[in-house]
Design a protein around this ligand. Sequence first.
Ligand code: DAH
Length: 340
Amino acid sequence: MNPKIKVVLEQAKSKIEQARVIKDLEQTYVEIFGRDGLVTNLTKQIKDIDPKDRASFGQSVNSAKKEIVEYFAKKRSSLVISRSSTSIDITAPGKKTQLGHLHLVSQAIEEIVDIFKKLGYSLQSYPEIDWDWYAFESLNMPKNHPARDDWETFFIKGDTNPKYGNLVLTPHTSNGQLREMERAKNPPIRMINIARCYRRQIDVSHTPMFHQFEGLFVDKNVSITDLKGTFDFFTSHFFGPKRVTRLRPHHFRFTEPSFEVDVTCGICMGKGCRLCKAGWLELGGSGMVHPKVLKAGGIDPAKYNGFAFGWGIERTIAMKTELPDIRLLFQNDIRFLEQF
Ligand code: DAH
């Protein structure tokens, strides 16, 4: 090979060799094949070569050109491969992994269960679709009793049972009371039952599906003081040590006497503000279990008595977090959920 061509070939190869990234290689291509490139200049010299040597010179230039082009192709593919295998920039700042957390309702359920466990209650689960007998009848709420209208129940068409009646989407967790008496058979009973409930209602403080927690305590000589002490224990642990409860007379068919339980408002601490009723917020229903209910559950009311309560979880959360509309809990808006 002509020494001139040999020099150009070596120079071109070493330039290609030095390229570290594709961009370098593109620049090298210009330096070799561009207007003033090494090979271009060599081609321009062909016309000045002695005619007898011109053909072989030309052929040598062409084969050098071919060799360089192949060299380029090899280098290019090696750079592409190495780029894809080392595309992680270890010096770049890390991307923060997004961590999820339990939904507010699940968090509250865990918290509530933990508090009642401290008092010796055990968590039980009872059906969300249950017989009329468990949801109403055994709770001293006979069919056609006007009190049943308050529960705005979804009835399920179809199955009826001579003793148990229709199936319903449970409008409260009180069906757990009878189910627990049947399961435990003998007192003492300390049960907490948490489940979804369904009612035909929707507004800022109601959703058609919501959660309640039901407590049942049955033993000998249970008094209203026990009930009040249990509620104070719960509220001071759940809402904070400064919050206390009060009992307001009420009426439920399944408890006698019956109460509404109020807790001091977290904003004004009982003084009275825009958010509460003269310093108090309503937590839910409670009372001493009606003797007829104990009897329906196979427990002798002459020997045993007890108390029960049923409170809405969403409502309890709203009272703790000052939530203005409980429907927010079920809209799955990440901007809302992230705040808890
Ligand atoms: N089940 C009632 C409701 O959903 C709440 C309730 C009131 C539950 C009194 C009880 C109770 O256990 O004793 O409105």
